[in-house]
Write a protein that binds this ligand. Structure first.
Ligand code: GLP
Length: 270
């Protein structure tokens, strides 16, 4: 694992955006895996800024989002606060600002009639696109990546999941509360890429910011492999970059070592 520690959220976002830009410049037809949540918003803002300044072209990029609540989907006629779908989030925070083609971005359909068939088909679509080159990830308070809740198999593929109480509480506070939707009307199920799907990506980029993520980040990176912290599965991935701010890195035992490794890599162009 490559672990990059930055002084604050803005620096974390810039580093993450630069890694995505490098991927796009290396291969303008890259397939990106995208994440929702508050963490990647600054990264997306930086990508939008670069696109608007004429330096970043998404016209041949394909993308697949990690997850979506079951029972809701995008409704562009509704104001943002009334529509808490991840499809809506992606449209507002990224897609509407860049030149990615509509046929090329994919967010799981939360209103599908046949969720299990949908999941199988999502896997096929990713495979047919050539697999994911760079997968962006955030981390949930219970250690999940995407919506792979504690207990999810490391070999799972795209599937339907029941959200834990902690995830419901976290996401209600962060997103639903301001919309005025009562707590018990929030969706309790979601479609999510599996851990196996994520581990198949060629490069994964895990982002975390703030003190509230410090303990779970330490478990994911330095703790034992366990399906109880599904992000620990990333230790099995051959190419992971973790970008943290100082607060999110504050419970890591080997933070000084990771900083040293980054300096040495730069010094010897490794
Ligand atoms: C949700 C998403 C995850 C995301 C997590 C963290 O549960 N399904 O993909 O990583 O939220 O969100 P935040 O970045 O707001 O802390």
């Amino acid at each position: 694992m490559e672990i990059l520690i930055r002084k604050n959220y803005d620096e974390m976002s810039k580093t993450a955006a630069n890694l995505i830009v490098d991927q796009i410049k290396r291969n303008p037809k890259s397939v990106l895996g995208l994440a929702t949540g508050s963490t990647p918003i600054g990264t997306y803002e930086e990508l939008i800024r670069l696109h608007k300044s004429g330096n970043l072209d998404f016209s041949q990029i394909k993308s697949f989002n990690l997850d979506e609540y079951l029972g809701i989907s995008i409704d562009l006629d509704k104001p943002y606060n009334e529509d808490q779908s991840y499809a809506r989030f992606m449209w507002e925070e990224l897609f509407k600002h860049i030149n990615i083609k509509e046929k090329n971005y994919h967010v799981p359909n939360g209103l599908t009639d046949n969720p299990h068939q949908f999941c199988r088909n999502y896997e096929k679509q990713i495979k047919d696109a050539g697999g994911i080159d760079l997968q962006v990830l955030g981390i949930g308070g219970d250690g999940h990546v995407a919506f792979n809740e504690p207990g999810t198999s490391f070999s799972s593929r795209t599937h339907i999941t029941a959200l834990t109480q902690q995830t419901l509480d976290d996401n209600y506070e962060l997103f639903y509360k301001k919309s005025g939707i009562p707590r018990d009307e929030m969706p309790h199920f979601a479609i999510t890429m599996g851990i196996g799907t994520i581990l198949d990506s060629r490069h994964t980029l895990l982002l975390a910011s703030g003190e509230r993520k410090a303990e779970v980040i330490a478990k994911a990176i330095e703790g034992p492999l366990t399906a109880q912290i599904t992000s620990s599965s990333l230790q099995l991935h051959p190419k992971v970059t973790v970008v943290l701010d100082e607060e999110a890195a504050s419970s890591l035992k080997r933070a000084d070592h990771y900083k040293h490794v980054e300096i040495m890599k730069k010094k010897f162009s490794l």
